[in-house]
Design a binder for this molecule. Sequence first.
Ligand code: 0O2
Length: 267
Amino acid sequence: MEIQLWRELLDPYQLAVDELVLKFSHMISEFRNSNKYSPIEQVHGRVKKISSILDKMQKKHISMEELEDCIDDIAGVRIICQFVEDIDRVVDIIRKRSDMEIKEEKDYITNMKDSGYRSYHVIIWYDVQTFDGPKRIQAEIQIRTLAMDFWATIEHSLQYKYKGNMPEHIKDKLSSASNAIILLDTEMSQVRDEIMDAQNMFQVKAKIVSDILINIQNLYRVANKREIVKIQDEFFSVYSTEDIEKLDRFSKQLDIISEGYRAQSLY
Ligand code: 0O2
């Protein structure tokens, strides 16, 4: 097939990847903006390279006509979570969405692949709008932890290097590294609550500080300089106590002061 035709074929897949990455990234912001823990840590996407599509077509004896039906990962999205427990939450979120219809789920976490690969795959039907009208395409969402992703990335590059002839001693090393990853994920799950608490505190503090700074910035336009300097000094002193409750109280006081100025300016 000519390059131009490949471009036309892959265009809707690029659109799907862009839209899906945007939607999942927005979910991260939604969780964080409402001071909630996000089960999604990172999201990436890619359209499969033409060379990889051709390799897969050859390996699975897929014709050009069957391509879009038989290869379900032309559009691929990878969702990275911190903890194994988050994976189920992400799968639930996908199941409940009305813009993604699940075609198939592959649980390579319960059923680890012989290579040691672990990940949860969800194949979805996803509608994109092209200038020819709507098009329903397949996309693969891979959901895995940071640790699983680290292993899969290394193993994938080695697979590429050895092209199906991976030496036994490397396979053994990868297999024991995969077991170490299982252990690491289990240990991390045991301190999940503590880690989540610490991260939540950090998010909350960052949000309060950002609110305070926005308020101070706005006050520069309306309040007199002496008052601003006083407020800033007070902020630094409260901030240095590292006490979130004090910081929160200070932020609320500042809200009242700002509100007062807003009311005055209305008159
Ligand atoms: P790339 O380069 O990532 O695009 P199936 O017919 O369902 O058995 P299929 O369609 O290959 O076979 O699906 P499968 O096995 O679920 O794999 C889909 C994708 O999962 C792969 O795409 C990889 O990205 C990833 N994957 C599956 N097995 C492994 C593995 O052992 N190691 C690593 N690192 N990744 C794996 P591609 O097309 O192989 O590659």
